[in-house]
Design a protein around this ligand. Sequence first.
Ligand SMILES: NC(=O)c1ccc[n+]([C@@H]2O[C@H](COP(=O)([O-])OP(=O)(O)OC[C@H]3O[C@@H](n4cnc5c(N)ncnc54)[C@H](OP(=O)(O)O)[C@@H]3O)[C@@H](O)[C@H]2O)c1
Length: 273
Amino acid sequence: MAETSTATKRYAVVTGANKGIGLEICRQLTSHGIVVVLTARDEKRGLEAVQKMKDSGISDDLVVFHQLDVVDPDSIASLVEFVKTKFGKLDILVNNAAISGVVLNADAFQRAFELSGCWPDGEEVWNEIETQSFELAEQCIKTNYYGNIPNGRVKGLLNDVESLTGDRIDEILKEFLKDFKEGLLKTKGWPTQLSAYTVAKAAMNAYTRILAKRYPNFHANCVSPGYCKTDLSTNTGYFTAAEGAEGAVRLALLPDGGPSGFCFLQKEMLTYF
Ligand SMILES: NC(=O)c1ccc[n+]([C@@H]2O[C@H](COP(=O)([O-])OP(=O)(O)OC[C@H]3O[C@@H](n4cnc5c(N)ncnc54)[C@H](OP(=O)(O)O)[C@@H]3O)[C@@H](O)[C@H]2O)c1
């Protein structure tokens, strides 16, 4: 979410930025002179990532580390206090942190990708690639709640942005977890592969549209980086993490009057809603 600010110095927070696309978003933002708070849930991994950026020539003034576990309210409060005290404002927030919500069998994932040359498809294939559990699904809903493309039941439930509220999204997520626990995903028409991941991202898309309506002076958008080679995809995919980062950086740098409340696939605006 980027504030349409006229101040010259701009500040960004990127979540889950110790590796993958988040780290590349940090790099690219600093190349535009933006001061980046690189956050990570694990302090050691976060500090190492900051060091990596500095070793690649990024100035000390442009990157700073702060711990952030997006599911820990104390950690969030501590980051807010840090930003307020140190910078007095925040121009850009990139909600990048996410987990898959399943146990992935990396060998099966890579085999499926090599065989098909694209994102694996089909129930049997996914039965080999992933093992789902209620605990991971719950953790995934908590962690992600951002940025995927709704389908089936989810699309129907989350499509009506005019009447949608944060409370309604909470109800939908509770309903999903209840159905997950009771083994009713298929019967009730929820996504059956990467279920919690897909539902959480759809919910985050919907919430983004609520934010865009509520805060017309902000740009609030979602972007899918495309299928990128990172740990999340067991390093399968078409794009590098750096290529995946480009869409988020473009949205973070939108000028006043740019789009808000939309979902993008890389640089392309989607029309699913
Ligand atoms: N790769 C793809 O093909 C693809 C496709 C579509 C969308 N995306 C989205 O792109 C974003 C970045 O994914 P990626 O591919 O770069 O994945 P990644 O390499 O697995 O990185 C995920 C990051 O999120 C962090 N994270 C997880 N739980 C967290 C928590 N509770 N608090 C703070 N940070 C947490 C991880 O930290 P740890 O290192 O501590 O685990 C890691 O830094 C995600 O939102 C993902 O859903 C990726």
